[in-house]
Ligand binder design. Sequence first.
Ligand code: GLN
Length: 484
Amino acid sequence: MKDLSKKSLCTLVNGIKKKEFTSEEVTNSYISNSKNAKKLNTYITTNFDKALDQAKNFDKTRNFDGLLSGIPIAVKDLFCTKDIKTTAGSKMLNNFIPTYESTVTSNLWKEGAFLLGKLNCDEFAMGSSNETSFYGNVINPYGDKLIPGGSSGGSASALAASLTPATIGTDTGGSIRQPASFTGTVGLKPTYGRCSRWGIVAFASSLDQAGPMTQNVEDCALLLEAMSSYDPKDSTSVNIQVGNYNKNLNANIKGLKIGIPKEYRVENMPDEIDNLWKKGVEFLKDAGAIIKDITLPHTKYALPSYYIVAPAEASSNLARYDGVKYGHRSKGNNLTEMYENTRSEGFGEEVKRRILIGTYVLSSGYYDAYYIKAQKVRQLIKNDFDKAFKDIDAVLTPSTPSAAFKVGDKKDDPISMYLNDVFTVPVNLAGLPAISVPTGYDKNKLPLGLQIIGKAFDEQTILNLSLAIEKRADFKRKIPQWWK
Ligand code: GLN
């Protein structure tokens, strides 16, 4: 059997078109890799037989209407898939089979892709290490004791281990960019409103965005184009035309102004992160960009305000899981007891922590002191970016304050876990697009990414800048397949 699993998404799309190989051969490569990678624990549900049927059907008709014709794709298990179990990594939804398809996944199917399976994630997308999933933690292909990042950890790990040619995740405070950085892959969080949230299990509705996770920047541009759309079913979807991100991809970034925010030089930041950042600056200078020092003065308040706003919205969104409307239901002697037992048994520890924080900051007496204050701070963070973007085209920062950490290292210390999101959360609070592009390695040969933040709906510029970095970083994902 030909192993086609190391090829990029764009190479696969073109190769199928040119009859270099069939969709069935491509699909078989990924199924075989996936079956051999149980140790990584990336899949919650597989759809291999159906995917293979779809591939065979495609090979008969060879209908090339879409951007992703003949491509199998595994997706984060937060996207509702019609007639296929969707768990959000929770026991609460262990038996939930949606009767509808999320807009983002249906966009992928319209473009000719089909579903390979549903990928593990932190429970209700709450986490930075994929250790909060009811279905067990996911392992990073870079090491058998390493976390892959979270919450889209299953997606990142499956992508890096060549179990899927590309994937999609969601990002509320960094869940696409942080796992991308930890696995040497590319991950983009689009502008809030670019991808529809309809049919995605909600975490914090004013922050959640779906986005592409891919092997390289070119693939990222293609997948972003395929999944984006205006959707009247999502009231926060924005009716702006989707760009031809792939066709317009251009590494000529001469004259673009890039801001370097001094507030991102956080205390105790390891030298290797600082050096990576400097390297990124040199790459962009080499490509003709103009580097400017900027200030985003409210950055230090982003993490505390995120960890008020996100749990507040989560506690409200999760109120629907009461044993009646969806999923898991426990027994009880009366209605209240049934609710209590359902929620005590159905939710895991981190989700309960968020519900407690969320209801606390929304309760009368604390609402003004915490929730309203956090919302005001959120506006100040957005104002900082608006002001900075008057003089610059994009911002360059590290994606994460460290490389992937070990399983168990931060699990019992939620604050240190939350601190890992320091560079990613301001972007969600401001609703801006941002990408993580693999740029180098730390001393243990673990991948590190740089983050590029763009103006609202200017995904093209951050893709172009990433391409310029990618060409110079010459990052090679060499992973021994120890899990086989
Ligand atoms: N790590 C962050 C959190 O736990 C972000 C999660 C996400 O983006 N879904 O809230």
